[in-house]
Write a protein of this length. Structure first.
Ligand SMILES: C[S@@+](CC[C@H](N)C(=O)[O-])C[C@H]1O[C@@H](n2cnc3c(N)ncnc32)[C@H](O)[C@@H]1O
Length: 252
């Protein structure tokens, strides 16, 4: 069963597919990498983390095990029903309006590269709005060579992830096609990516009232940003892709 689809995003394969083309069963299968280590090194112990785009909890669960209190946000109820040990909020991140703020807001999985600039602004608005004044926002961005030397393949969890192609579809936006190949099953995802130079990335943060505090990894893909003091410059935006029905935030 599939959920609604975001324009330019699609997925194939068994099980539920999210609006951005992710397969729920695939994310159940994928092991976590070094994300929890990078996050744990960058934030205070036992911090309250708002995780945006949590999926099934691949990163959430190790964070909970390490003593963090996590609120997991995703627009896919089929993803969120797999999350354990964390409060869940089902909504597009761009529409997130929680009446509380968090020590840490986490925007991983390259979501900042959303193909639609309105969505990107909405994601950063949600980050800025939900972080405490002395808190931080952790962002995972693409490496500079992410769209080069394709096709590219790596082994994972008894299968292979093959980035097949990345083609320009309009100025500044690429359509990326990825295959997930396992002996018993095959999934694909096609999604939009808006590559951001370091300068463009920092400008996007500044527009939202955030400033880079540190690049946390040698490849500069993990970033810690701090809220710029003063009233947030991230004014409410017309929400891109807002759904007329079924878009209400649901918390559990
Ligand atoms: C690539 S998966 C990664 C999931 C998780 N972060 C992980 O690393 O395993 C992206 C997830 O973000 C969710 N997502 C993407 N864009 C979103 C948006 N604008 N609002 C809410 N959820 C979103 C998708 O539904 C999906 O579960």
């Amino acid at each position: 069963m599939s959920e609604r689809v975001r324009a330019g995003y699609r997925g194939t394969g068994p099980g539920a597919i999210t609006p951005d083309g992710c397969a729920v069963e695939l994310y159940e299968r994928l092991p976590v990498g070094d994300e929890p280590d990078v996050i744990a090194r960058a934030v205070p112990a036992r911090a309250r983390i708002l995780e945006l785009g949590s999926g099934v909890g691949r990163v959430t669960h190790p964070l909970v095990e390490r003593g963090f209190t996590v609120t997991a946000v995703d627009e896919s109820p089929r993803m969120l029903e797999r999350v354990r040990g964390a409060r869940t909020v089902c909504t597009p991140i761009e529409d997130l309006e929680l009446d509380e703020r968090f020590d840490v807001v986490l925007l991983a999985s390259f979501l900042i590269h959303a193909g639609d600039p309105l969505v990107r602004r909405g994601l950063l608005r949600a980050c800025r709005q939900h972080v405490t004044d002395d808190g931080c926002v952790l962002i995972q961005r693409e490496s500079e060579d992410r769209h080069e030397n394709l096709p590219r393949e790596r082994k994972i969890a008894g299968g292979r992830i093959r980035v097949v192609s990345s083609e320009p579809v309009r100025p500044g936006v690429r359509s990326v096609h990825v295959e997930y190949l396992f002996p018993d099953v095959r999934w694909t995802q096609t999604f939009l990516s808006h590559p951001l130079t370091t300068q463009a990335f920092e400008e996007a943060l500044a527009e939202a009232g955030l400033a880079v505090d540190a690049y946390l990894t040698g490849d500069r893909t993990w970033v810690r940003a701090l809220p710029v003091p003063g009233p947030s410059r991230a004014a409410p935006l017309p929400r891109a892709g807002k759904r007329a029905a079924g878009a209400d935030a649901a918390t559990s």
